[in-house]
Ligand binder design. Structure first.
Ligand SMILES: *Cc1c(COP(=O)(O)O)cnc(C)c1O
Length: 384
């Protein structure tokens, strides 16, 4: 019998170099709107190969700023995936617009241009999509549809740092890309996010939405403390401590991505197609995933998911669920818009019948073999 292991679903990878970077900022005089955040923005844009980057306090903040930037408001509709994090829907709801949900492709977990096209109406202002678990959507198709219909595109890239389509990083196909540095993501700043845009001239406007609508940044003021307010804006800035950690983490991104890819590929080979199991995946050769985690669907009997998770927990295999319920069926949205329980069959199947398995840099090759063996044992025990 193999020895018992303890493998959390996610664990941030922090080194003394990361800690030193934060301490260094703490030893100096500048804790906010300083050079670390600016450098992090430049280095992030370089890492993804283009665009302008604006640091913010979370991915939710980035999504909210996107809604404000596009002037989305009452009377407008935004098309959203049913299978996503609630942040994307809240960013529409909080500005008074209406989210219109579409189901995902059951193979990839992503929305498709075809499904989006079917939901476009006279009030549609934007398409907000997610690269599900780091699997890129078919962005050339979706971008073409959006430009034909005059719609904005918001890409939620919270799990997709490193994901590309035709070699181009996600977040640069649409009008904005929103990233998260929450502890379980590819890199962390504890809390934090980044907004990227391919519109080269947008940075000042995005910067104002993030910082009170000030006309001048901290270093641009002729008289310290003297500024005017030329727009409505929030305070969504990233502090220097968070930015310093982000810069340090970003340097290790290639290593993190490589470890996730190798773990994912090994785990997929050990599970996909075996014993009624299917891995949510996109075989499109033009799509490169960020391999955030591996989503395993218990196709033979999705109703056994919770029991399988219980068995995995008992043997030290950490798991998660992406996402626990289609957003339109979350209580708030269900109460507000009254969607039918069977309106999103693919998203519902993934929500109730899938398990997210860890692929992060804390997982070793032996851990992957242990996870696969424990999944097979749990399935044998639970699925007739
Ligand atoms: C984590 C996550 C978010 C929220 O990110 P925060 O930085 O915590 O606001 C949004 N969208 C997706 C797809 C996520 O996975």
């Amino acid at each position: 019998m193999t020895e018992r292991r303890e493998i959390p679903f996610a664990r941030p990878s922090l080194t003394d170099v990361d800690r030193e970077a934060v301490l260094c900022v703490l030893g100096g005089p500048i804790l906010a709107h300083g050079p670390e955040a600016t450098a992090f923005e430049d280095e992030f844009a370089l890492a993804i190969g283009g665009g302008s980057a604006v640091s913010v306090s979370s991915c939710m903040a980035a999504l909210h700023v996107a809604s404000l930037w596009f002037g989305i408001g009452p009377g407008d509709e935004v098309i959203l995936p049913a299978q996503t994090h609630v942040a994307a829907a809240h960013a529409v709801e909080v500005v008074g617009a209406r989210p219109v949900f579409v189901d995902c492709d059951p193979a990839t977990g992503n929305v498709t241009a075809e499904r989006i096209a079917g939901a476009i109406g006279p009030r549609t202002k934007a398409i907000s999509l997610v690269h599900y678990a780091g699997i890129p959507c078919d962005m050339p198709e979706i971008a073409r549809l959006a430009s034909e219909r005059g719609l904005r595109v918001i890409e939620d890239c919270a799990l997709a740092l490193g994901a590309r389509y035709d070699g181009q990083h996600v977040g640069l196909f649409g009008d904005v890309g929103c990233f998260s540095f929450y502890p379980v993501k590819h890199i962390t700043t504890a809390e934090g996010g980044m907004l990227v845009t391919r519109h080269a001239d947008a940075k000042p406007a995005l910067g104002r939405l993030r910082a009170f609508g000030y006309d001048l940044g901290h270093t641009e003021r002729a008289v310290p403390g003297a500024y005017d307010v030329i727009a409505l804006g929030l305070n969504y800035r990233m502090s220097e401590l968070h930015a310093a950690l982000g810069r340090s983490q970003l340097r290790r991104l290639p290593e993190f991505l490589d470890r996730r890819r190798r773990n994912y590929e090994l785990l997929r080979g050990l599970l996909d197609g075996h014993a009624g199991l299917r891995v949510i995946h996109d075989d499109d050769p033009r799509a490169t995933s960020s391999h955030y985690c591996l989503i395993l669907l218990i196709e033979s009997d999705p109703t056994r998911r919770d029991a399988v998770v219980g068995r995995l927990r008992a043997v030290g295999v950490g798991t998660s669920v992406y996402y626990p319920r289609p957003v339109p069926l979350m209580e708030y949205y269900e109460r507000r818009y009254g969607h039918r329980a069977d309106a999103f069959p693919a998203a519902s199947l993934i929500s109730t019948g899938s398990i997210a398995l860890p692929t992060g840099p804390h997982v070793t090759e032996d851990d992957v073999r242990y996870i696969a063996a424990q999944v097979h044992a749990a399935i044998r025990a639970e699925v007739a």
